[in-house]
Design a protein around this ligand. Sequence first.
Ligand code: FES
Length: 108
Amino acid sequence: MSDWKRVCAIGDLVDNELKEFEIDGKKIVVAKTGSDTYVYPLRCPHMDEPLSTGMCDGATVTCSFHLWQWDMRTGESSGEAEIDLLLYPTKEEDGALLVDLAEELTYD
Ligand code: FES
């Protein structure tokens, strides 16, 4: 069963910037690149540091702590990352970004 939640207006997001949100107690990061948006858990799968301080370049996101990288389209490592990035399902509706938080994504 889905649990779609409104995150923000798409117009509030800036290209290639990472933005942190907390919705229903779940901390997430939103990345926007062009017309694509991605949502994933705040904590890095490596050492639990916040991915909101990372860098976003096109579909690649880089953790600022030890520079692990992932392709946000698939969550697959695009560098030395040993654990894939987990991504929440998203959709756009009436100019807003929605995320499906039905499943808690963790690396435990
Ligand atoms: S904490 Fe993110 S790469 Fe190490």
